[in-house]
Design a protein around this ligand. Structure first.
Ligand SMILES: *Cc1c(COP(=O)(O)O)cnc(C)c1O
Length: 454
């Protein structure tokens, strides 16, 4: 039998999953007529505050930039704007969304490879911080600044020593050349940046210390060099340590529909140190070849540390709701079909699966008393054999039936919309912002609105 892999939740999420709060989920499903995503911006605010608190308690001058690519919703950039957070954007569309939400251009960092001239022009005009990824891109930044008679704000993105085959960043020689080219009044060379894949804290500390040392070197060349961006990559803890260990120990191919295995491996759904705690651990760690903590090094160097968390700011800030459309019994387990597709749960597109168990929120029906578990996989409402949201036979506590809801928890970071598509003319799931009742309201019901007003 498959082991359960329950997702961590919060009080706010649990209140939606259980009666009487769960009535809202059914009402929304009925009103919107298909799958939808719930966004919980209060949690985004709390996550951002925790990142700021980690800087403050380490005595480090730090700035938090929300990495916009993790979710396409408006509400999170709107919250970033009012909280005074920066935003990390990597396309003209993301830049437009951030500006429209009220984030000042000077609070934007522009990342991504080989940014086109249009994006560079607007970035220079807005005084946004451009993370330069290549020498030819730096030349184009300089040309745009000259043409506009403006000063471009740049950081130089470093190729990580530990990831030498990355397609991002400047190697040692390119960095030296770039520093030389930055000695013109057309650029304000603010410092260095990097972004590492994976969640290793020591590797980040080592590279951050190298960037701090490079700042000292750049200052000898007359450059400003007082900022280091350590990028994103702060882990999210989705499931408990013991459940995660048991999953790895006991999982067999037969626990999946058609004995499916995943060549992409699994995302590390359990992380002992996550979110703002990972930032605190980074600041407290001692980089290689150094004797003091990263926090001390940064402080002594008069450097401002920038972080660009995406996933970690969205931890527990959303979930995805599908309605069961049909149930078919097969070889001792059920194949559920829900009203959406796996394009709304992106992990399948990386040859992997989003593992935390979806939660069943039953329709108002009488036959719930029977004892489970009832294993079931979750298929999409499409004609593709391989379109399953969950291949794993989830051990549901009650037998799912048509009209029940399946809620995938903690999906706001990358899962809900990064691969969405109106394939089969299925509508894109709308996003519903759910917030607590107004302070002066006698109601205990949360309030909701659509993310984008039509
Ligand atoms: C994707 C990305 C981020 C955000 O990464 P997370 O893992 O979501 O924190 C930050 N900075 C850059 C440059 C990125 O490409």
């Amino acid at each position: 039998m498959t082991t359960a892999l329950p997702s961590h939740t919060t009080d706010e999420v649990r209140a939606l999953l259980e009666p009487p709060g769960s009535a809202l989920l059914h009402e929304l499903g009925h009103g919107l007529g298909g799958p939808y995503h719930v966004l919980l911006p209060r949690r985004f605010d709390a996550n951002a505050a925790a990142f700021r608190a980690a800087f403050a308690s380490a005595g480090v001058d730090g700035r938090v930039y929300y990495a916009k690519k993790a979710n396409k919703a408006s509400v999170f950039v709107e919250r970033a704007a009012v909280a005074g957070l920066g935003v990390d954007v990597a396309s003209h569309g993301e830049l437009r969304e951030a500006l429209a939400a009220g984030v000042p251009g000077t609070d934007l960092v522009i990342t991504g490879p080989a940014k086109d001239d249009h994006l560079l022009r607007v970035s220079v005009l807005h005084g946004a911080l451009i993370a330069v990824d290549a020498l030819d891109e730096l030349d184009r930044v300089l040309a745009v600044a000259r043409e506009l008679d403006r000063t471009a704000q740049v950081v130089l993105r470093l190729l990580p020593q530990g990831q030498p085959h990355s397609r991002f960043g400047l190697d040692h020689t390119e960095t030296a050349t770039a520093l030389d080219r930055c000695r013109t009044e057309r650029v304000d060379m603010a410092g260095f940046s990097f972004h590492l894949s994976g969640y290793a804290i020591q590797e980040r500390a080592d590279l951050a210390a190298r960037a701090v040392r490079l700042c000292a070197h750049a200052r000898t060349l007359g450059l400003r060099a007082d900022r280091v961006s350590v990028g994103g990559g702060f882990a999210v803890d989705y499931v408990g340590a013991e459940d995660w260990r048991r999953f790895h120990e006991s999982t067999r191919p037969e626990h999946f529909h058609r004995n499916k295995t995943f060549s992409g491996g699994y995302y590390p759904y359990h992380s002992p140190v996550a979110g703002a705690d990972a930032l605190a651990a980074l600041l407290a760690s001692t980089p290689a070849d150094e004797t003091s903590s990263l926090a001390d090094l940064v402080r002594q160097a008069g450097v401002t540390l920038l972080v660009e968390p995406g996933r970690a700011l969205l931890d527990q800030a959303g979930c995805s709701v599908f309605r069961v459309q049909g149930v078919k019994e097969r070889d001792g387990y059920d194949i559920l079909t829900v009203d959406g597709s796996s394009l709304s749960l992106s992990e399948q597109w990386f040859e992997s699966e989003f593992l935390p168990d979806p939660v069943i929120v039953p329709a108002d029906r009488a036959d719930l008393a029977d004892a489970g578990p009832y294993p079931a996989c979750v298929g999409a409402a499409t004609c593709l054999e391989s379109d399953l949201l969950t291949w794993r036979k989830i051990p549901f506590p009650v037998r799912p039936a048509t009209g029940d809801l399946l809620v995938y928890l903690n999906t706001a970071g990358y899962q809900m919309d990064s691969n969405e598509s109106p394939f089969h003319e299925l509508p894109l799931p709308p996003k519903v912002v759910v917030e607590p009742p107004a302070h002066d309201s006698p109601s205990v019901r949360p309030r909701w609105r659509l993310d984008r007003h039509p």
